[in-house]
Design a protein around this ligand. Structure first.
Ligand code: 5AD
Ligand code: SF4
Length: 440
């Protein structure tokens, strides 16, 4: 266990995955070396998620495993959303932890590391009072073809169920100049796909005098030579304006996919959740997408069993699925989170009932996906190749609409990161199968 070695495990969303890429880069720049197992590391870091209780419990079970290593020269750090949410309480629950830092403090990491290495045993970075974003030239990107790029951090909404405003702090946008410079640098390095990240990318607002909004930023990034695909996540329906659809229509580089989390199809539940839009307003945005120049994949997140959700509210969510015909859906049982407004709401839905609703919702969505994917059989789709499944001897590709398309091709190597035209020959609920075609 040589000094200055570290191991990091990441939980949660793409923002967290990208934060870890920045944290790793920062540690390497500080002279640390990354190792593959916690056993081999001097410093063990967990970058944590607290969106639902289950996610939060994971880090504590990990920490439990290593309790006995405390005091043997091994250091433990908790980063990310659980760190921010639980703060110094983590030291009580897991006394072998000596670093607790939320994402709003990562700019201070080098300084926190020095404190750790000089023997401080309770080092914290927990202030949310910041107008900075965590930008670093040292980011160690995991994927050589597709790069994450943060444009906005934090969240100013206050959805009644959500911890994010408490764990990631207030909204702060990067300057358009710094976003554009990073995007150009990525294109120069050979990345062809960029995924713009933020808790709410739609409320991006350039803090510099240029003053670009999100639609303007999208349009400009799409013009950068070398970039073939630009995606973004995640969108809040309230801030999803028509100009975004117009920008997407204007450039095929902007991928055929919008993730627009609705959470519920019932106005009553949406109001209780404090989502700031009605079902009708949400459907208006869906109409913009359905009437657009190309076909966009639309995906969403739904929470079932929010406090007070009646059978009728739930039926309205099911009805929304029929209306929208989502290409894919993430669905969750409501999980009570610390500090959130929904904790005070009456009429909790029982676990059994939540489970029943989730199963019905997922079954309905599965039928929709089977139908939508089947309609793609015979199409020729461009995929970016992400890897090879040696067991099936197929390449794994992703369409612009964000579908997995596994395909056969005579070549057995050298396709990763390439763009290939593929004819879809079969479909399932979650993916497509095809064979590459030579386009003349
Ligand atoms: N319980 C269940 N699901 C939640 N989500 C956010 N907070 C909660 C919670 N307390 C879901 C939302 C969000 C997605 C990232 O996670 O659907 O869009
Ligand atoms: Fe989890 Fe939300 Fe934090 Fe992402 S922002 S890691 S989803 S709690």
């Amino acid at each position: 266990m040589p000094a200055k070695t570290f191991y990091i495990e990441t939980f949660g969303c793409q923002m967290n995955a990208h934060d870890s890429e920045k944290v790793i880069g920062t540690l390497l720049a500080e002279g640390y070396q990354q190792v593959e197992t916690p056993e081999a590391a001097h410093l063990v870091l967990y970058n944590t998620c607290s969106i639902r209780d289950k996610a939060e419990q994971k880090v504590f079970s990990r920490l439990q495993q290593f309790k006995r290593d405390a005091g043997k020269g091994k250091l433990f750090g908790v980063l990310g959303c659980v760190a921010q949410q639980e703060g110094e309480k983590i030291f009580d629950r897991a006394p072998h932890v000596s670093l607790v830092a939320g994402s709003a403090s990562y700019t201070r990491l080098p300084e926190l590391l020095v404190q750790l290495e000089t023997g401080h045993r309770r080092v914290t970075g927990l202030s949310l009072d910041t107008d900075e974003t965590f930008d670093t030239p040292f980011t160690r990107r995991d994927n050589p073809y597709r790069a994450y790029l943060t444009i906005i951090e934090g969240c100013d909404k206050s959805c009644a169920y959500c911890v994010v405003p408490f764990t990631r702090g207030p909204e702060r946008s990067r300057t358009s100049e710094s976003v554009m410079a990073e995007a150009r640098r990525l294109a120069d390095q050979g990345y062809t796909e960029i995924q713009l990240l933020g808790q709410n990318v739609n409320s991006y607002r350039d803090p510099s005098p240029a003053g670009w909004d999100f639609a303007a930023l999208l349009g400009r990034i799409a013009e950068i030579p070398g970039l073939r695909r630009v995606r973004y996540t995640t969108s809040h329906p309230r801030d999803f304006v028509k100009a975004i659809v117009d920008a997407m229509d204007a450039s095929p580089v902007l991928c055929d996919h919008v993730h627009l989390p609705v959470q519920s199809g019932s106005d009553r539940t949406l109001a209780a959740m404090d989502r700031l839009y009605t079902r009708a307003q949400y459907l208006e945005r869906i109409e913009w997408l359905k009437n657009a120049r190309r076909r966009y994949s639309i995906t969403s997140d739904i929470i079932v069993g929010f406090p007070g959700e009646t059978e009728d509210d739930f039926e309205q969510t099911l009805d929304l699925l029929d209306t929208v015909q989502y290409d894919s859906l993430f669905s969750f049982k409501y999980s009570p989170r610390p500090n959130t407004a929904a904790l005070a709401l009456p009429n909790r839905v029982t676990e059994d009932e939540q489970q029943r609703r989730l199963a019905i919702l997922q079954e309905k969505q599965r039928a929709i996906q089977i139908r939508l994917n089947a309609a793609m059989v015979g199409n020729i789709e461009e995929v970016m190749v992400e890897g090879r499944n040696h067991a099936t001897a197929q390449w794994i590709g992703r369409t612009s609409s964000n579908r997995t398309l596994n395909f056969s091709d005579p070549r057995t190597e050298g396709l990763n990161g390439q763009y290939v035209q593929v004819r879809v020959t079969r479909s399932g609920p979650n993916s497509l199968v095809g064979e590459s075609v030579t386009v003349v």
